[in-house]
Design a protein around this ligand. Structure first.
Ligand code: PLP
Length: 413
């Protein structure tokens, strides 16, 4: 038996996930064969057509000219007040719902999900998300001694499966009084799906119906990590207006992140934005989440908060940043369009991609498909039920022919 000093709840936990393992395999191959000979579709960050990590030029310029005291100093635990205002403004743009809206700075979108699980579910509760989801959701739940269950994201027409969603919501609410639901839209990771306006109506109708039982406490987390790569600014945010006027026992929390939208991944800056029709719930939201921050990471990166404030208050700078970001949005769309077109040509079934960093091919044996792809020097991430391709990171010239390689690997395993 190996010696273990860990507490019973920590025993056996370890860090390496499938994304990191796939990325390590790609890096090994790059060292052996040279970058030009490898297709590395594992990276969740934008690489340009020369495969260099992109920093939006305006974000870089502002970051490099911040006064050093703004970089090194502490920030208030709940965030700089002007940062919280800016985060709320850029999240909603012209779609601010009629509600009490409060924000707390978090360590990226991850920090938001951490706090929601910690503060809005009981130990032993089950959190709900879709079968296709970002893997770390289950880590946040398990680490906090909660469980994660899933509904089917797609129906037979490859549209949002409202029936599966409603069944799971109702079943869980029959067993527990608090329910967290994590909805990653628009530009879902890993599929690239975005809920339509009418699908949003169906989701909210279902939750409003459930909230008629006032003993129930429902928290809908909208993970908007890829919001700024989801299409036209106000179209992608149109659903947000619907979050006003909801029952007081239904709280919506938006997981704002500067990782993708401002290419500040490692600066760990985000916010949880609570939207509620109850002033008391809003006050409690600020209190308990600020407290959890003190107990988890203290305050977050001040420099990156200042960066958002600086860009947001200068309309010229903001317009410039949006223009730069749109260039990369279009680049990613172009790459995905090549893959989608070629997938059709070789009869490769893909999940419905609308926008975002990733697209997914469903597969029976994803690990074997990914291993087979290594023979063609292609590295992708095996998920539970499919293979994830990071179109954000692969130049168009390497996307060309990729769908055929995936189809070949699938046929061979
Ligand atoms: N949500 C999704 C779906 C993601 O893919 C990511 C990052 O990859 C995040 C949230 C969290 O990102 P961060 O904590 O860097 O804001």
């Amino acid at each position: 038996m190996t010696l273990s000093l860990a507490a019973s709840h920590a025993k056996g936990k370890f860090g390496l996930d499938k994304i990191m393992a796939a990325s390590a395999a790609a890096n090994k191959a790059i060292a052996q064969y040279g970058r030009e000979n490898i297709i590395n579709a594992t990276i969740g960050a934008i690489l340009d057509d020369n495969e260099n990590l992109v920093c939006l030029p305006t974000a870089e310029k502002v970051f490099r000219t911040l006064p050093i005291t703004e970089v090194i100093n502490y920030a208030p635990i709940s965030g700089l007040p002007e940062y919280l205002e800016a985060a709320i403004d850029v999240t909603f743009a012209a779609n601010r719902p009629d509600a009490y809206i409060k924000a707390i700075a978090t360590s990226g979108g991850s920090g938001c999900i951490h706090h929601v699980v910690h503060n809005y579910s009981e130990i032993g509760d089950t959190v709900l998300t879709s079968d296709w989801h970002w893997g770390p959701y289950s880590v946040f739940c398990k680490d906090a001694m909660r469980k994660l269950e899933t509904y089917e994201l797609f129906d037979a027409e490859q549209k949002f499966n409202i029936r599966s969603f409603a069944e799971k919501v109702q079943a869980l609410l029959a067993k527990q009084n608090s329910l967290i639901i994590i909805l990653n839209t628009p530009a879902h990771n890993p599929t690239g799906y975005s809920l339509s306006d009418s699908e949003w109506d169906q989701v909210l109708d279902c939750l409003k119906e459930c909230a008629k039982d006032t003993a129930k406490r429902i928290v809908l987390v909208v993970d908007i990590a890829y919001l700024d790569f989801a299409g036209e600014k106000n179209e992608a945010r149109a659903f947000m207006k619907k979050l006003g006027g909801l029952p007081p026992n239904l709280l919506t929390i938006l997981a704002f992140s500067m990782s993708k939208g401002y290419t500040m991944y490692g600066q760990r800056t985000g916010a949880m934005i609570g939207v509620t029709s109850s002033q008391e719930v809003a006050k409690e939201f600020e209190d308990i989440n600020g407290y959890a921050s003190r107990a988890t990471w203290s305050s977050i990166n001040r420099g990156c908060q200042r960066l958002l404030v600086t860009i947001h208050k200068d309309k010229e700078l903001e317009a410039q940043l949006e223009q730069e970001r749109n260039f990369y949005y279009r680049l990613i769309q172009e790459r995905a369009a090549i893959f989608t077109r070629e997938a059709k040509e070789v009869n490769l079934n893909m999940l419905p991609y609308i926008a975002g960093f990733f697209l997914t091919i469903p597969a029976k044996n994803p690990d074997a498909v990914c291993d087979k792809l290594h023979e063609d020097k292609v590295f992708a991430v095996p998920l539970g039920k499919g293979v994830r391709i990071a179109v954000c990171a692969v130049p168009s010239k390497k996307i060309t022919g990729l769908a055929a390689k995936v189809a070949k690997a699938m046929a061979a395993v």
